[in-house]
Design a protein around this ligand. Sequence first.
Ligand code: C2O
Length: 557
Amino acid sequence: MAVLSNTIMLCFVTLVLLSVTVEAKTRHYNFTIRFKNYTRLCHTKPIVTVNGRYPGPTIYAREGDTLLVNVTNHVKYNVTIHWHGIRQLRTGWADGPAYITQCPIQTRQNFVYNFTITGQRGTLFYHAHILWLRATLHGPIVILPKKHVPYPFPKPHKEVTLVLGEWWNADTEAVINQALKSGGAPNASDAHTINGKPGPLFNCSTKDTYALAVEPDKTYLLRIINAALNDQVFFSIANHLLTVVEVDAVYTKPFNTKAIAISPGQTTNVLLNTDKKAGRCFMAVRAFMDAPIPVDNMTAAGILQYIGTPNTSNPVKPVIPKINDTAFYTNFSNSLKSLNSAAFPAKVPQTVDRNLLFTIGLALDSCPTCANGSRASASINNVSFVMPTIALLQAHFNNISGVFTKDFPDNPPTPFNYTGTPPKNLFTSKGTRLTSLTYNSTVQLVLQDTSILTVDNHPIHLHGFNFFILGSGFGNYNPKKDPAKFNLVDPPERNTVGVPTGGWTAIRFRADNPGVWFMHCHLEVHTTWGLKMAFVVENGNEPEQSILPPPADLPKC
Ligand code: C2O
């Protein structure tokens, strides 16, 4: 009898356990890519949208869920969608960068992106990954923890997504095409935006002001996404401190700050305590640019509105770091640390199998038809990446030769004083060259800015992985001295890092995701100019260490 009841008990316990663990859901979304007219700053233009929305609709999921997003293209452009920061373990086919992991979805065609969110929770975003379409084709991805798993911080009263973007009065495809023709830089945007709205500090824009109504004495979780094309920004809320708790869907040690610095491709979750009794306060967004490069220097503004305060009262003025506040930017970056708790350990590779040093920066290409006989270009280790005409992942999977080579240089081809006087030859080499990585090898990559044309802060994004940011500094990386200062305990873990202007950043990751993975500057203009390359992570020996076969509906080129 006892044995029987024990068995029944055991079955019961197993059932309960099963129902707790096997709760992952499959969530279906339909994305129709279509034009819709939007008016900002008194300029109306058709923009490319998801389901007519700008910013696009939020995707909600829990850690462990599978997403099936059916994307149907009803615009004249080829389209792909990238799920920025989603690791895509063995499912590189669903990653989205055009001609890297897939051929684009052509007009009137569709493709179902099918992937599972494994070991990640937090805020990420999706965006188009072809041409400059992500200017308006983007939206939040909110990944909640598994059911019954709490946040490692006080439960917020409410959660809010804030998508930061850039608006051009002109058509963005015309903007970049014009720049490529002339050889110069594209026009800066006309406004920054908060959830698609520039706010009242612009002409003809007061009605396009994002307002967040809050109750006093509550905690709000703000999920902030920089979906801008070309500008890194600061974000702040007058009279309020922000507590950073997560970046790029990885929990951090909480810290308080008056403002955050956030690069295109980065996400930051902050807690906001509405510790005032009443009031109206400006939230502000302004570009960060500490190199001699013109940017959109206007302040986008939204309003934090305490419920009960009349909305006729004047909002408290925005306070935001100066546009060139390198010190603030550096201090903010250095304040970020992984939470590194028992539940969320920072798994920093302690040994390195492969050492890479990549210079990143601007340069020139010859262009006989351009005004100066040259065109702005950008490169990594002096290779300006040439886009293939069929997807690299398909070529890799099917062993098609002639599409790419695996000889991307591990080090700069000719070492020079990277941040000093530029070398005489400013021209880049061209190629579709990739770096091959052994499955599960550990990689240390030092990203070194160059002063060719000009230094600049480049937000470098790696697909398919998070990496740990071990250290960074100004000037040239010193392989003898700098590693001694690396943080190998609780460095921030991200998918996008802003490499300091005229400086370097060292990152590490484990190549545990077989496939072809794009790495590029997340300033879209620099990607256009060639500041991009890709890693091939080879299959491991076991079946579960290999990339899965392509889905049947994968678009053809
Ligand atoms: Cu968010 Cu390859 O980009």
